[in-house]
Design a protein around this ligand. Structure first.
Ligand code: G3H
Ligand code: 13P
Ligand code: ZN
Length: 307
């Protein structure tokens, strides 16, 4: 079916209290792996492409591939710009056919973030394109950090209410203690659930967890078994993820887990099939492994069977 807006997918998740995976792509291999998982789990999906992905593959290419896959499928699929840093990136995504955008002006002060976000909403709303924005900064928070330092980094729930009402965004990414990449926590994985609960109570809109990868053991073990070094990487454990969903997270952004899984399998193939010269024999099994990791994740998110 035609691509839908992420709002359409997330409004249902919000109403029924489950989460949908937003999975990052840069190429055909990850895209096909995500679709395989979605078809097999009967789960809606949000395909996310960052500015880096657009630089790597081109917005038109990412759109054409995603649309081709979506048209053949009965699963609801949205194509979303991840961390658009300025209006120009948003316009590039819209022109290519993306159905959803994130404007990430969270590094600016509140008023400037709001001003830029409003501009994006004004452009996107009439086109039926959904808009995500972010408040607070994605930075791991350690236990011994002071209340003032915590407040400086994490979302302020009262500001969130004001921001959502004034901007008209469709969903919000609150900083509650996660960070991007494979190294999220030194000690115990802890998120600020009290803050999350307040943001949900005050805004009622779908909420997004960035930096949500779990660094699942089976993929990280394989990565290291075949010569990789993840240097003690640590993600958001499945039970913490489930709790976050219980308190209002409806979109779970995942890139790092897919990267680790893909390259773990590539490492295995390189180590066990040293004379292989056909890339398809290396990438094929890696795609299947990514699909397995995503299927496991969809069950945790609660989106399996929701398509
Ligand atoms: O949030 C960041 C995503 O993982 C995309 O990463 O900017 O390296 O494409 P990237
Ligand atoms: P991870 O690095 O935890 O996969 O987060 C991805 C993300 O937030 C994309 O926006
Ligand atoms: Zn992110």
């Amino acid at each position: 079916m035609p691509l839908v807006s992420a709002k359409e997918i997330l409004d249902d998740a919000n109403k029924k209290n489950y989460a949908v995976g937003a999975f990052n792509i840069n190429d055909m291999e990850f895209l096909k792996a995500i679709f395989s998982a979605a078809e097999s789990e009967k789960a809606p999906i949000i395909i996310a492409a960052s500015e880096g992905a657009i630089k790597y593959a081109g917005a038109e290419m990412l759109y054409a591939m995603t649309k081709t896959m979506a048209d053949k499928s009965k699963i609801p699929v949205a194509l979303h710009l991840d961390h658009g840093s300025n209006l120009n990136s948003v316009l590039i995504a819209i022109k290519a056919g993306f159905t959803s955008v994130m404007i990430d002006a969270s590094h600016y002060l509140f008023e400037e973030n709001l001003k830029i976000t409003k501009q994006v909403v004004n452009i996107c709303k009439p086109l039926g394109i959904s808009v995500e924005a972010e408040l607070g900064r994605l930075k791991g928070i350690e236990d011994n950090v002071s209340v003032a330092d915590r407040d400086a980094v994490l979302i302020n729930p009262a500001e969130a209410k004001d921001f959502v009402e004034s901007s008209g965004i469709d969903f919000l990414a609150p900083a509650i203690g996660t960070s991007h990449g494979a190294f999220k926590f030194k000690g115990e994985a802890k998120l600020d659930f009290e803050r999350l609960k307040k943001v949900k109570e005050l805004t009622h809109i779908p909420l997004v967890l960035h930096g949500a990868s779990s660094v699942p053991e089976r993929a990280s073990k394989k990565f290291e078994e075949f010569g990789g070094d993840l240097k003690g990487a640590k993600g958001v454990p499945f039970d913490v993820l489930k709790e976050a969903i219980k308190y209002g997270i409806n979109k779970v952004n995942t890139d790092t887990d897919l990267r680790i899984a893909f390259l773990a399998k590539v490492r295995e193939s390189f180590a066990t099939d040293k004379s292989q010269i056909d890339p398809r024999k290396i990438f094929g099994p890696a795609m299947e492994y990514v699909t397995d990791v995503i299927k496991e994740r969809m069950k945790i998110l609660g989106c399996s069977g929701k398509a």
